[in-house]
Design a protein around this ligand. Structure first.
Ligand code: DUR
Ligand code: ZN
Length: 144
């Protein structure tokens, strides 16, 4: 199903909850090198929400983004199916996931809704498939 042109699968209340949790998750960000705090909140199909933050490293390449932190927490707790993720940074800015995160998230479903959250709680919404067109995913690799 192509969900790009239709409205969110989430209710307004669920969207607001995800926004609150993404903004809150910034507080735990470990970002002494960039000073760019990012928080995320990932909702599973059964309604659980996992929060994530970016975690940087003295060896800069070892950093992990807020999006992948939330996915790692959820997957390692046994969840594989997700409906949406909200991402927020500290600025008046609609942050969008980096290329590594887009590929990482695509493994678990190109239908994922992504909410880019501004400091004032306003947001933009996209579907992962539109952020990573012609993706190489599990249906193309050795699992196909
Ligand atoms: O969508 C994004 C973009 C960037 N970052 C992090 C990585 C790094 O710690 C800092 C600056 O790029 O922000 C995220 O967590 N998510
Ligand atoms: Zn990323």
């Amino acid at each position: 199903m192509n969900r790009r042109l239709i409205t969110s699968m989430l209710s307004d209340r669920q969207i607001e909850d995800l926004i609150t949790k993404a903004l809150e998750a910034r507080e735990t960000s470990y970002c002494p090198y960039s000073r760019f705090r990012v928080g995320s909140a990932l909702r599973t199909v059964d309604g659980k929400v996992f929060q994530g933050c970016n975690i940087e490293n003295a060896a800069y390449g070892g950093a992990i983004c807020a999006e992948r932190t939330a996915f790692a927490k959820a997957i390692s707790d046994g969840h594989r199916r997700f409906v949406a993720i909200a991402v927020a940074c500290d600025y008046n800015h609609f942050i969008t996931p980096c290329g590594i995160c887009r590929q990482f998230m695509n493994e678990f479903g190109k239908d994922l809704e992504i909410f880019f959250v501004n400091d004032d709680r306003s947001y933009r919404r996209a579907v992962l498939e539109d952020l990573l067109p012609y993706a190489f995913g599990p249906e193309n690799g050795p699992l196909k």
